[in-house]
Structure formats: structure tokens, C-alpha cells
Design a protein around this ligand. Structure first.
Ligand code: GTP
Ligand code: MG
Length: 304
């Protein structure tokens, strides 16, 4: 009964058990169902590939999912690394190397990235099989399960491995609603699963990060929250990307002043000459998520 053991692992949530200021939560019914389905299918798979976002690799983990996985072999795939602050990314690299779980930083899934993922997953599985059963069957089909927060790129990774549109992808958290087995290569099958959020986001700031990263749909938090948070953070950093993209003379302005300026520069004014905030928030979120506002990370590795 190896799988019943709960893996003890550091998560950012454990750092702040008494910070109860969080009001940003998104845990719809299909996620609850997804967790039950994940537990049910777990015994069928040889390894779990857990996807995270490189801009916040700890907060995009999920202790609920980690507990569900138990002692099952696991690899953490930290995606969208091309959008993260490179200096902070190297700090995370050092931090993850001190943890026990194998990990890889990736982005955009080119051929060598895909090969690395498969060969590392096979190596982990082989090692585990050798430990438990030295007479392993080399020809046995390898089954993997892909897990992670919404919008981290799970279905995209499966399609890239399968070299076809086997499962639906969209820039919309909550796209995948049901599990789906996909044959990605001879002898390898991967189970796509719906993205699952932690049932409770303890720190309010983590909710802001997760909504900026689009793990939570904009209409759940209202787009004002992530858009204002992004502008506030960029102003604090005195970001040259912010200054250049929206033609600021200088950044001596508060968050609302900056948003109003962006509305003017981008022509987000209603017929009555008022600021059209819905449009300007959309522009800010689009520019940030496509990397036009520079490479950015939320949070740094905790000191161990
Ligand atoms: N630029 C960039 N975009 C990516 C990358 N990986 C995924 N995406 C985009 O992220 C969005 C979400 O991708 P999906 O594969 O649907 O994400 P998911 O994890 O399956 O999401 P759910 O089904 O909602 O849980 C899509 O718009 C992808 O094109 C990446 O490495 N780089
Ligand atoms: Mg999906």
C-alpha cells in the first residue's frame, strides 16, 4: 500500500498558515470531481507529470494534488520559463535542486525539450520498476498522467508529444473538463486532466499572482485586480518596458494615474470622454501575458 503514504513536502502555503487575508478563490465543482478522478486513475499510471508556471513555481504547485499523488513517481515540469525573470529563475533552479523531486524548466516544447521530458520520465519509471520488480517487462506500455493548475500548458504538451490536436487547447483557464487518454508515441499513453486549483488560496497576494498568470479566469476576480497588480508591480520595479510600451514621460505616477495614462495612449475612452477601464485592463493583461511588458516573476524562493 505504498501509494497511501502522504508525501511530506514544502509548499508556500505551509509558510503562512495564519495569513487569512485571502479572498481570491476559484474551486468550481468540476475541479472537485477532477481530484476524485485523479485518485481513481492513479493506480493505472507509472508516473505523474506535474506542470507549473516558471514565473511562480511554488505558488503554481498544489498541495491538494501533491497529497493525492502520494508516493507515485513524479516529475515537475516548469513551463513558460521564457516569460520569467532570468535572475529569479536561476534562484529557483538552485532551490529545486535541493528538493527531492526531479524537475525541468521548459518553454514552447521544441523537439529536444520533448525528448528530454520523455527520456527523463522513462528513466524515473525504470528506476522505480527495478526497485520493486527486477524482472521488468521492457515492452510494457508506459502510462503517464499530466496534472497541474489551469492554463499551465498540460494539453499543449500532450498535443506536441502526439504531433496532432488530440486534446483541446485554449488561453482560458478551465478549458479541459474531463480526463482523456492520448497515445503520444508507440508504447506511451498520457492522461490529460482538468486543471485543479488549491481549494483555498491563503494569501491574498498569491491570488493576485495566480490571476495575473491567468490560472484563474479574469471574470472570476474581475480584470481590475490582476491588471492593477501588474501595473503597481511594474511601477515599483521602475520597468523600462512599461515606460516604453505606453510612452510614459517618467514613472512618477500612482497606479490609477498610470492606468488612466494607458487608457489615453491606447484610445480607451467612451463616447462621453470617460475612461473605458474594461478595455484598458484587457490591453494590460494581454500585453503582460504575451511578454510585451518584460520578463517577470512573482515571488522568490523561500530560505530553507
Ligand atoms: N507562449 C507560450 N504559451 C504557452 C506555452 N505552453 C502553453 N501555452 C499557452 O497557454 C494556454 C493554455 O494552454 P493549455 O494547454 O490549454 O493549458 P492547460 O494546462 O491544458 O489548461 P486547462 O485545460 O485549463 O487546465 C494556451 O494559450 C497555450 O498556447 C508556452 O510554453 N509558451
Ligand atoms: Mg487542458
Amino acid at each position: 500500500m505504498k501509494n497511501k503514504k502522504v508525501r511530506k513536502e514544502f509548499t508556500e502555503n505551509m509558510l503562512t498558515p495564519d495569513d487569512s487575508g485571502g479572498h481570491i478563490n476559484w474551486f468550481p465543482g468540476h475541479m472537485n470531481k477532477a481530484v476524485k478522478e485523479i485518485k481513481k486513475r492513479l493506480k493505472m499510471v507509472d508516473i505523474v507529470l506535474e506542470l507549473r508556471d516558471a514565473r511562480s513555481p511554488l505558488v503554481t504547485g498544489n498541495s491538494l494534488v501533491t497529497e493525492a499523488i502520494g508516493e507515485k513517481s513524479r516529475m515537475i515540469i516548469i513551463n513558460k520559463s521564457h516569460l520569467a525573470d532570468p535572475a529569479i529563475l536561476s534562484q529557483w533552479d538552485v532551490w529545486f535542486k535541493k528538493q527531492e523531486t526531479p524537475f525541468q524548466f521548459i518553454h514552447d516544447f521544441d523537439q529536444s525539450t520533448l525528448q528530454n521530458i520523455i527520456s527523463e520520465a522513462k528513466r524515473i519509471i525504470q528506476n522505480r520498476r527495478l526497485e520493486s520488480n527486477p524482472d521488468i517487462d521492457e515492452k510494457k506500455v508506459i502510462r503517464m498522467m499530466i496534472l497541474g493548475l489551469p492554463n499551465t500548458g498540460k494539453s499543449t504538451l500532450i498535443n506536441k508529444l502526439a504531433k496532432r490536436k488530440a486534446t483541446k487547447v485554449a488561453d482560458k483557464p478551465g478549458q479541459t473538463r474531463t480526463q482523456l487518454w492520448v497515445k503520444v508515441a508507440l508504447g506511451i499513453e498520457i492522461l490529460d486532466t482538468p486543471g485543479v486549483m488549491p481549494p483555498k488560496i491563503i494569501k491574498y497576494e498569491h491570488g493576485q499572482w495566480l490571476s495575473a498568470l491567468h490560472a484563474i479566469p479574469d471574470n472570476i476576480v474581475t480584470p481590475e485586480i490582476p491588471a492593477s497588480y501588474i501595473i503597481e508591480t511594474l511601477l515599483k520595479k521602475e520597468s523600462s518596458f512599461l515606460k516604453d510600451l505606453y510612452q510614459f514621460k517618467d514613472l512618477k505616477v500612482d497606479t490609477l494615474g498610470a492606468i488612466n495614462h494607458i487608457a489615453e495612449i491606447r484610445g480607451c475612452l467612451s463616447a462621453k470622454g470617460q475612461y473605458d477601464y474594461e478595455r484598458v485592463y484587457k490591453i494590460i493583461l494581454g500585453d503582460f501575458r504575451s511578454g510585451k511588458l518584460g520578463l517577470m516573476s512573482f515571488g522568490v524562493p523561500p530560505v530553507l
